[in-house]
Design a protein around this ligand. Sequence first.
Ligand code: ADP
Length: 164
Amino acid sequence: MKVKKKVALYPGSFDPLTNGHVNVIKRGLETFDEIIVAVANNTSKNAFFTPKERVEIIKELFKKEPRIKVATFKGLVVNYAERNGIKTILRGLRTLQDFENEFQMALTNKKLNNRIETVFMMTEGEFSHLSSTLIKEIVRLGGSPKGMIPPLVEKKLKAKLREK
Ligand code: ADP
């Protein structure tokens, strides 16, 4: 019996990548053969890193794991998945608020393309409070995000602050 490689697309902003994201990716590799971390190519005025910088950071972080690929995408996630022959979208869940947003998005994506399924990975307790938005806020207000983001991301954040 020939088993087809199971690939999941993990889309998001990842501005910046947190330990919560890393946890979802690593646990995702227990279920999927390959995970494509897809950074949305949209720059909001609140963004810290450009999409290109985010891709570079994530690539550097996982350079020893060939089963993790990193890319940027523009437009609808389902279209990007379809173009690349990917049938599964992976998303994380932290709170009830996440659930409501993700539920709506998953149903909408299913309407747009019913060949693509969304699967969810529940956060692990110690990461449930982590969000990129809060981390940006902490850093902008002079606090330390130690333990919330990988050391490499922390280093890049500090360098970015010096640039600004
Ligand atoms: P988006 O702007 O698309 O929500 P994010 O980078 O904020 O992008 O998040 C990408 C995905 O990762 C989302 O499904 C989000 O719910 C999930 N996620 C974010 N932080 C965590 C965390 N601490 N634990 C588990 N999942 C998370």
